[in-house]
Design a protein. Structure first.
Length: 308
């Protein structure tokens, strides 16, 4: 970027921090719906919304975010991965499968519940998020412009060359923004702690797994104990689960499985496998389903290339 525009942008950002106000013009998002592969074009749920934001807004976010991270980095829970230094998808997968494999080697089973949070980023309670920023002792000079950044946001939908009228956004962190993933990490940073050493939390942004490695007669009890605590916390902070999409896998070397774990008194049946962070984990941790799935994808791509 040329020197003069860069100096001017720096002055604008300094004014934002000085006046503790985020410009309204930077709070308007343009939504472009993209059809998902193989989906019905007549069904609105078949589209993935792409959020287009002001480039100037993103630069300002990056600068403010540096100041926030300097304050909170050592306060974030250690088992939260994603959008943090040296805490990637691969590391979380290695951590999860390491727990399971270690249990198998020692003769224990592992029960795991994989939770699906409904529209995680879109339903973050704005006032609740600001409260948690205060709890983390982020300076008021940062929180006040953040409040104006989160409140009063608007969006319009663009289809082709047509643009809809603007609509207000009442909740949520901004999709496609620098702030979004970091703010979500902060919002669920006070998730209830595990009740015992057999229960483990595995968090990657909004992908949440609860694991219990123990004797088979204790696994469901440990999972249910934590799920009850988690359910109350979710209600308090206006977070919802897609109960129909939550899955449970019992990783074992024998055939028998204990009772199903429950969320809000609703049983989550044991599945033979689940997809977590892009990898299909089967109940014996052989990865056969994952390899076969990838083989089919490669074959489909080759077939498409030959006929195109």
């Amino acid at each position: 970027m040329p020197i003069k525009p860069l100096i001017r942008l720096t002055q604008i950002i300094n004014e934002i921090l000085k006046l503790k106000y985020f410009p309204n013009e930077w709070k308007v998002a343009t939504i472009v719906p993209i059809i998902k592969p193989g989906k019905n074009a007549q069904d609105p749920s078949s589209y993935r919304p792409i959020n287009l934001l002001s480039a100037l807004s993103k630069i300002a976010e990056a600068i403010i975010l540096i100041r926030i991270e300097d304050t909170i980095d050592d306060q974030l829970i250690p088992y939260r991965f994603g959008f943090r230094k040296n805490l990637s998808t691969v590391q979380q997968l290695l951590r999860n499968t390491g727990f399971i494999r270690e249990g198998m080697d020692e003769g224990w089973d592992t029960g795991a519940v994989f939770l699906d949070i409904a529209k995680a980023f879109d339903r973050v309670w704005t006032d609740g998020l600001l409260y948690k920023l205060i709890v983390l002792r982020i300076p008021g000079s940062i929180i006040r412009p953040m409040a104006t950044y989160l409140r009063g946001r608007r969006f319009a939908v663009r289809v082709g060359s047509n643009l809809s009228s603007e609509r207000a956004i009442a909740a949520g962190v901004v999709q496609g923004s620098k702030f979004g993933p970091k703010m979500f990490n902060i919002y669920i940073n006070d998730i209830p702690s595990r009740s015992n050493c057999q229960t483990r939390l595995c968090l990657f942004v909004d992908d949440t797994a609860i694991m219990s490695t123990s004797a088979s007669n204790n696994i469901t009890k440990d999972l249910n104990s934590y799920l009850d605590l988690l359910g109350k916390w979710m209600i308090s902070w206006k977070i919802k689960f897609n109960t129909d999409k939550c899955q449970a896998v019992y990783f074992l070397r024998r055939r028998n499985t204990p009772e199903y774990p429950k969320l809000y008194r609703r049983a989550i049946p044991w599945s033979d496998s689940t997809k977590y962070l892009g990898v299909i984990l089967d109940k014996r941790l052989t990865y056969k389903n994952h390899f076969e799935n990838n083989r089919q994808k490669v074959s489909a791509i080759k077939a498409f290339s030959i006929h195109s």
